[in-house]
Design a protein around this ligand. Structure first.
Ligand code: AHM
Ligand code: MG
Length: 335
């Protein structure tokens, strides 16, 4: 039998990975873990309880919020607020930053940007969804009220990032800047067990993941890259396989393990791309790089983009290093 280790034990073992380690990471990740367990329970019974369907409200991007989006948002907020390590959050489900305004929270050093339930429209059809989180040290002085600038930091300043995948099994995957580690949830004992230590994305994969229905709207370079993926060149493993779940966490997770390239370019319906820089692109780019891959908006390394607003969107290309480089060749050349 393989040695068994829980997420809690692993975090304590690796505490030195976290800058200025004082046990804060354990507490902070503990709050995310607890909220994930609760959200996981609700998602698993989504088809049973009267929890499916739209809540009838729209969020700041004008998208319909699902009931479970709101539930996940409230659950993660409550778990984080209770632990005094975080002074505020930004969330896909909140128009503005949310400040945790107790004297203890105000003294906290960290802020979190999160998408509490990404891909939530997939729940109605029993397809995997996820939670994405991104942790920064605040710029404002601990003891004061956090400010917008605390959240508008480039992704390379993330001190930790990760996701929870509510899939055929539930997994928590995170990095504190020293590799990427994955934990599979055993619901019978309520414990996340280390299952994927030090995930490395293969340099070259055979999967490309894109919503090809939007093909006619894509930039020319992306169109040409898709044709390259589809060419018959058996000695190079082409044509590649096309796999697109439409749930960012699930698509990235598969590509991290198997190798591949995820693409969400700009298109006429989404001139700046669809995915949000702060709580979708940045954490996924951090994980991709930490696993040995790359992430770009087509011109810049995702992690170097200076954010201008909370819900800013960005084109997003992430995955196996050689595949991202090949894509860049197509984006930069005119034929
Ligand atoms: P959401 O945050 O509103 O759930 O949207 C994000 C999701 C991602 O999970 C996924 O990669 C993408 O939207 C799919 O978009 P599309 O349906 O346009 O392919
Ligand atoms: Mg989302």
């Amino acid at each position: 039998m393989k040695p068994l280790k829980t997420l809690d034990e692993f975090i304590i073992d690796r505490q030195h990975d976290f800058p200025h380690a004082t046990g804060e990471l354990s507490t902070l990740l503990g709050s995310i873990k607890l909220a994930a367990q609760i959200v996981n329970r609700e998602i698993n019974k989504a088809g049973l309880a009267d929890i499916l369907g739209s809540h009838g409200r729209t969020n700041v991007q004008g998208e319909e919020q699902q009931k479970l989006d709101l539930f996940a948002n409230e659950t993660f907020k409550a778990a984080m607020e209770a632990r005094d390590q975080i002074c505020g959050i930004a969330s896909e489900e909140e128009d503005e930053i949310v400040i945790f305004d107790s004297p203890r929270s105000r003294r906290a050093k960290y802020v979190v940007a999160m998408d509490p339930l990404d891909g939530s429209s997939n729940i109605d059809v029993n397809v995997s969804v996820g939670t994405i989180f991104s942790i920064y040290r605040r710029l404002s002085k601990p003891g004061t009220i956090p400010i917008l600038e605390d959240f508008l930091q480039p992704g390379e300043r993330q001190v930790a990032a990760g996701y929870i995948l509510y899939g055929s099994s539930t997994m928590l995957v995170y990095s504190t800047g020293n590799g990427v580690h994955g934990f599979t949830y055993d619901p019978s004992i309520g414990v996340f067990c280390l299952s994927h230590e030090q995930i490395r994305i293969p340099k070259q994969g055979k999967i490309y993941s894109i919503n090809e229905g939007n093909y006619l709207h894509f930039p020319e370079g992306v169109k040409r890259y898709i044709k390259y993926c589809q060419e018959i060149v058996p000695e190079e493993g082409r044509p590649y396989t096309s796999r697109y779940i439409g749930s960012l966490v699930a698509d990235i997770h598969r590509n991290l393990l198997k190798g591949g390239l995820f693409l969400y370019p700009s298109s006429s319906p989404y001139p700046r791309g669809k995915l949000r820089l702060l709580y979708e692109c940045n954490p996924m780019a951090f994980l991709a790089e930490q696993a040995g891959g790359r992430a770009t908006d087509g011109e810049r390394r995702i992690l170097e983009i200076p954010p201008e607003s909370l819900h800013q969107r960005s084109p997003f290309f992430a995955g196996s290093g050689s595949m991202v480089k090949m894509l860049e060749n197509y984006l930069f050349s005119s034929e």
